[in-house]
Design a protein around this ligand. Structure first.
Ligand code: UDX
Length: 479
């Protein structure tokens, strides 16, 4: 082995869906910028889509220590891998991918052979705790990365207590607005209806519920936990988590952390996209033609499935608000309707709206014409909105989003939580409040939080220094 044999080499292994891969790629780039060697392990199918729709390969080619590797997620190519079928990916990875992962990590396996230094640390997605067993067997330190908010992680962590107290499973006659005493630190605002979506199953056998509960409880076995959040935003939840998992790195917002470090190194950092769909940039030209803060941006992330009725209610709410809107309707995201958006929607949007299948979201949110965001409250979208100082109307769909939208509406006051309601009259009213009547009141906390988010990633900011600590720990951790 050459002189590199002792230099740190990190393996990053994300759960293969958009919201996980894109932010773990940002983490990968941050580690590359600090001079670490990084191998990014993608599922075959995700990697093909990244190659098709992005410039990641050429973008990362400027880091000599970086390389991609691929592995099968074990599912047939035509599996939808979205909506409530996402949990199939988890089961298949655990069954089919785990033994392959072990094999390639063994000495002589493709991750640990030849010219590159051996893997000295693993950063794996925290919903794939089987990676802890494999890394421990090889004697490699392992850090887990969770893509959810600290508050949501903490709510997940408290699920066993909620079962013990009888709060879960939710019963038919339960009052959904009842506050929960068992989620310490969140007792004043977290209601039964704000628990992650899969807590609503009438029994506890729901697969997603079991997966998230088990994986979260396993976290303590790793060498540390990395979260895409910042101290000023989630101080209280982070403090609760630290009581159980002391080695915690809050390094977000990752996209802002990366931007800040790239700007310190390069005079004009290139535009970057980690999208698994083709970005339609014509919407940027359309935005250029709109008045400042006049447009509401509508996007429900990478996994939400709308029913046809929901699509129509949302559309009427938007059109009746008489605001301009830019709406992302992802391919195959309307249940039972294939790719076809009802004709009346397309006709109606000609006047005030613009629809695309996938947008360059970070750029859209940063555009001066955008004044509001109707969002599903995915954690990446929430952080992107915070950094861009765009107030939100939250319509959470799945998993962690129910928790996030409660924080946005009730705790941080960065927008309104429209949870469990999809009604054209309510949507119209809330959009008008967000864009007009309650705007000034909203913009004070929105601007304040934006400043704190941006400060956290500057030199001496908490996320900046936590990332440096993570890098140091990776550099000094020995196999
Ligand atoms: C889900 C969870 O809800 C989320 O909380 C978790 O952290 C990851 O898995 P997803 O539904 O994909 O994520 O939402 P979100 O976390 O908001 O991520 C979507 C990403 O896609 C964002 O980074 C957003 O910028 C990007 N996006 C979305 C685009 O680039 N273009 C679009 O048109 C829509």
């Amino acid at each position: 082995m050459d002189s590199q044999s002792n230099s740190p080499h990190v393996l990053i292994f994300p759960f293969p869906v958009q919201g996980h891969v894109s932010c773990m790629l940002k983490l990968a780039e941050l580690l590359c910028l600090s001079g670490l060697s990084v191998t990014f392990l993608n599922s075959d199918i995700i990697h093909r889509r990244l190659l098709r729709y992005t410039d990641v390969v050429s973008r990362f080619s400027r880091y000599p220590g970086f390389r991609f590797e691929t592995i099968s997620d074990g599912l047939p190519p035509d599996h939808p891998r979205s909506g409530n079928r996402v949990v199939d990916i988890f089961d298949s990875i655990k069954m089919v991918t785990k033994p392959m992962f072990r094999e390639i990590l063994l000495p002589g396996g493709c991750l640990n052979s030849g010219k590159r230094p051996p893997i000295s640390s693993v950063i794996a997605d925290g919903i794939m705790c089987f990676t802890i067993d494999v890394a421990k067997e090889m004697g490699i330190p392992i850090y887990l990365f969770r893509t959810v908010s600290a508050s949501c992680f903490w709510a997940f962590y408290c699920i066993p207590k909620l079962i013990e107290s009888g709060d879960l499973p939710i019963k038919e006659d339960d009052e959904m607005d009842r506050l929960l005493n068992e989620v310490t630190g969140m007792e004043k605002y977290l209601r039964l209806r704000d628990l992650p979506s899969f807590c609503r199953a009438s029994d506890l056998s729901d697969r997603a519920f079991q997966v998230v509960t088990t994986e979260t409880q396993e976290t303590y076995r790793a060498n540390g936990l990395i979260l895409n959040t910042f101290e000023d935003l989630e101080e209280s939840a982070l403090a609760q988590i630290r009581k159980h998992i002391p080695n915690l790195y809050s390094i977000g917002p990752l996209h802002a952390n990366l931007k800040s470090r790239l700007e310190a190194k390069l005079t004009s950092p290139p535009r970057s996209s980690n999208s698994l769909w083709e970005e339609d940039r014509t919407c940027m030209t359309w935005l250029d033609e709109q008045a400042q803060k006049s447009v509401i941006y509508v996007s429900f992330g990478s996994m939400t499935m709308l029913s046809r009725d929901e699509l129509i209610e949302l559309w009427y709410g938007l059109v009746n608000s008489r605001k301009n809107f830019l709406w992302v309707v992802r391919p195959n995201s309307v249940a039972g309707d294939g790719q076809n958006i009802p004709a009346q929607l397309l006709e109606g949007t000609l006047e005030r709206g613009y629809m695309v299948r996938w947008a360059p979201q970070e750029e859209v949110l940063a555009h001066p014409a955008v004044g509001g965001f109707l969002t599903h409250s995915g954690w990446n979208s929430t952080l992107e909105s915070i950094v861009a100082a765009v107030p939100m109307v939250c319509w959470p769909y799945y998993a962690d989003q129910q928790v996030n939208s409660r924080l946005v509406g009730e705790v941080w006051k960065l927008g309104f939580d429209m949870k469990d309601i999809c009604d054209r009259i309510v949507i119209e009213k809330i959009i008008k409040e967000l864009m007009d009547t309650k705007r000034d009141e909203l913009m004070r906390p929105v601007e304040r939080m934006m400043k704190m988010a941006r400060r956290s990633v500057t030199k001496d900011g908490t996320s900046y220094s936590n990332l440096n600590r993570l890098i140091e720990d990776i550099k000094t951790s020995k196999k």
